[in-house]
Design a protein around this ligand. Structure first.
Ligand code: GAR
Length: 196
């Protein structure tokens, strides 16, 4: 059984979907949900799902990423994860942290990478006049929103879409894509998943 730790910063809906999927014959189980924000709604939702939680507030570290990560690493290492999933985790991680989990850290990003790494992905897709948008699960490397693609899901962009309506449509696909990729990845298969 593979052990999965998940990092969240916000509502954690991209944590809930994979956590709910890890039952029965699934090759993995959730062992920790951690956040850089002690008030993150995702922590509450994880606790309700019976997953151990931890929080390390990044703010007192005032931009000292290495010191913040050293603290964050404590509960993570104690949980002995085989796989570390970023699920709406909004802190940039140092190359050293990423290196510790090389080949076993995943991230979900709300665009069809390599298009639109970084923030405001939906607004950027609309402004570019794209016909479609989507989300990507990729292996995390030290370069932000880069790394081998493990899955992608596409949605149409519809007339009258706003960043909000598009984000909601993409988020619905994120909740399908992350569990699908995680199941395959935890079984040792890195063949990309393409939805729908
Ligand atoms: C999701 O759309 C996720 O793809 C995005 O933040 C949202 C978090 O929602 N992640 C990033 O932008 C990472 N750079 P959630 O907290 O409900 O999972």
């Amino acid at each position: 059984m593979r052990r999965v730790a998940i990092l969240v910063s916000g509502g954690g809906s991209n944590m809930v979907a994979p956590v709910r999927s890890m039952t029965g014959d699934h090759p993995a189980r959730p062992v920790l949900v951690a956040s850089n924000d002690p008030a993150a709604k995702g922590l509450e939702r994880a606790a309700e799902l019976g997953v151990p939680v931890a929080a390390v507030d990044h703010r007192p570290f005032r931009g000292d990423r290495a010191a913040f990560e050293a603290e964050l690493l404590e509960p993570i290492l104690a949980a002995r994860p085989d796989i570390l999933c970023l699920a709406g985790f909004m802190r940039v991680l140092t190359a050293e942290f990423v290196g510790r989990f090389a080949g076993r850290m995943l991230n979900i990003h709300p665009s069809l990478l390599p298009k639109y790494p970084g923030l405001h992905t939906h607004r950027r897709a609309l402004e570019a006049g794209d016909a479609e948008a989507g989300c990507t699960v990729h292996e995390v490397t030290p370069v932000l929103d880069d790394g081998p693609i493990l899955g992608q899901a596409r949605v149409p962009i519809l007339p009258g879409d706003t960043a909000g309506t598009l984000a909601a449509r993409v988020l619905g696909m994120e909740h399908r894509l992350y569990p699908a990729v995680l199941r395959r990845f935890a079984a040792g298969d890195r063949t990309p998943v393409f939805l729908p």
